[in-house]
Design a protein around this ligand. Structure first.
Ligand code: 15L
Length: 270
């Protein structure tokens, strides 16, 4: 375990074998006293100060056992895009409920939930969406993300947990398509938002986790609430992107093609 700076205490990461989870593992390790790494598939072997648990979010007793000892949970696990509704409901809504229940029972005071911009993907690109506006999901996946924000609010209001919901944008090493010029979340900004969510003096908040993109259509969080100001701007990559203006018809949904009927019809019965 790294000896310097352990201010975050013991942090549990669900979805620790996933793309964002693996990155956060590396980023948070120096700041945490220890890491509990949970995933349905075995995370890469534990290093110093780490404990790995192969656990399904739907196995509540095993999940609770694996989370014991955490001071905070960064919940990244679940299905990360459109899928069949029963699968989404189980992995995302029931899974998040199990995480929040484990936190309540174990006295873990802080949970960071991976929400998504897709909870509001039907707002048009001409609109700057603030996360306090009503959800406007672009698909079934977005519906489950709106639901987990509500679950987080319930556990904050009723049981006094601190819950920070991050509406993650397009997490990529670099933007690769027109829409990303608005929606990109760079890895270093992702780490910045998560660190802020682990330290913010707040009961409950929902915030867009998006880089400081010139063309963004989401409001950045108030730094007095979530103390992080993003550093990267997708615009610096605009010249590498084919048809950089293509996604910016003012009436088009912010989710782009994710909002099309076809994107969801694949997961619905005839
Ligand atoms: C998300 O929430 C998804 O997890 C990811 O696959 C992308 O679709 C991203 O949103 C996006 O909006 O680009």
């Amino acid at each position: 375990m790294a000896q310097a700076g352990r201010g975050l205490g013991t942090v549990a990461i669900t979805g620790a074998a996933g793309r964002i989870g693996s990155f956060l593992r590396t980023e948070l390790r120096p700041d945490a006293e220890g890491l509990l790494l949970l995933d349905r598939v075995p995370p890469p072997p534990a290093g110093d100060g780490e404990a790995c648990h192969t656990v399904d979010l739907l196995d509540a007793p095993a999940l609770t056992a694996a989370l014991a000892g955490a001071d905070a949970i960064v919940h990244m696990g679940g299905i990360s895009d459109e899928a069949r509704f029963p699968d989404l409901v189980n992995a995302n809504i029931v899974g998040t409920h199990n995480v929040l229940e484990a936190a309540r029972k174990l006295g873990i005071g802080r949970v960071v939930l991976a929400s998504s911009n897709r909870a509001g993907g039907f707002y048009p690109t001409s609109h700057t969406t603030d996360p306090t506006e009503p959800p406007r999901p672009d698909g079934l996946y977005g519906v489950t993300k709106a639901a987990i924000e509500a679950l987080g609010r319930l556990y904050a209001d009723k049981f006094g947990l601190t819950v920070v919901c991050l509406r993650i944008g397009s997490y990529e090493d670099a933007p690769t398509e027109s829409r990303h010029l608005a929606t990109w979340l760079s890895p270093r900004d992702a780490a910045g938002f998560v660190r802020a969510a682990l330290t913010a003096d707040v009961d409950y908040t929902v915030a867009y986790a998006v880089s400081a993109n010139t063309r963004r259509f989401w409001a950045l969080p108030d730094p007095d609430v979530l103390p992080y100001t993003p550093l990267d701007d997708a615009e610096t990559h605009a010249s590498e992107i084919p048809a950089p203006d293509a996604a910016f018809d003012p009436k088009a949904p912010q989710a782009g093609t994710f909002a099309s009927p076809e994107f969801t019809l694949r997961f619905l019965d005839e």
